[in-house]
Write a protein that binds this ligand. Structure first.
Ligand code: 13P
Length: 251
């Protein structure tokens, strides 16, 4: 009932030409492939090129960040309207790299999601605990705080297209994938928290992705878990062969 999503977050990698080469390769190998929803998230500078390559395909485009304001004197920032006009359907909000390296708070992430949904774009809300928080036994508390804060004030009807990504910070870019049971525990907690905040109907329909060192070798096991509806892939999304193997995990 929840269609799986495999999303690639390119982070600060690939020039427009490199993005074109990668996406052209994906398109060629994914013609009529409809087992999963596929999303790619190149940097802002590659969005126009990506839109050109993907326009006639089912592969969807996400931005990695957005400014919360509609427009104005915010040098260096990009609005939801600009992203929509550049071909994006999705925006990643509150990635841990934004939270930890650029001091994004739950309050700010909340405003960004508001800007995204107001423009008819779909948010991918990222949450996840640091290693220190995990070792202190605070994982669920952290997830609860991030979800409550980021989604405070929203109505169910605002969040019909919401996707949540559970990305434990200690698993990102480290090669240390969470054991699938731990990934499932995080995703299950997120779903139960969404249930208390927004009711079972919405919570059961929201896709929850796992992210953190997802590779062709571990995707199948992760996807076998009940509450894991897909993956947000960093490093392995930069190589077409790896990303294709992840997309086609059940083959
Ligand atoms: P890696 O797959 O490189 O660990 O990155 C995960 C991530 O942060 C995706 O958003």
């Amino acid at each position: 009932m929840r269609k799986p999503i495999i999303a690639g977050n390119h982070k600060m990698n690939l020039t427009p030409l490199q993005t074109r080469n990668l996406l052209t390769e994906l398109v060629k190998n994914l013609i009529d492939y409809d087992q999963v929803e596929i999303i790619v998230s190149p940097p802002f500078t590659s969005l126009a090129m990506a839109d050109e390559v993907l326009r006639a395909t089912d592969i969807q485009l996400a931005a990695q960040n957005v400014h919360q304001a509609a427009q104005g004197a915010y040098t260096g920032e990009v609005s939801a309207k600009m992203l929509k006009a550049s071909g994006c359907q999705w925006v990643i909000c509150g990635h841990s790299e934004r939270r930890n390296l650029f001091q994004e708070s739950n309050e700010l992430v909340n405003k960004k999601i508001r800007a995204v949904t107001a423009m008819g774009l779909k948010p991918i809300l990222c949450v996840g605990e640091t290693l220190a928080e995990r070792e202190l036994g605070q994982t669920n508390q952290v997830l609860a705080r991030q979800i409550s804060g980021s989604l405070q004030g929203f109505q169910q009807s605002d969040l019909l297209e919401l996707v949540v990504a559970y990305e434990p910070v200690w698993a990102i870019g480290t090669g240390k994938t969470a054991a699938s049971a731990d990934a499932e525990a995080g995703c299950q907690f997120i779903r139960s928290h969404l249930k208390t905040q927004f009711g079972p109907k919405l919570a059961d329909s929201i896709r929850i992705l796992y992210g953190g060192s997802v590779k062709p070798g571990n995707i199948k096991e992760l996807m076998a878990e009940k509450n894991i509806d897909g993956a947000l892939v960093g490093g392995a999304s930069l190589k077409s062969a790896d990303f294709l193997a992840i997309v086609k995990y059940h083959e």
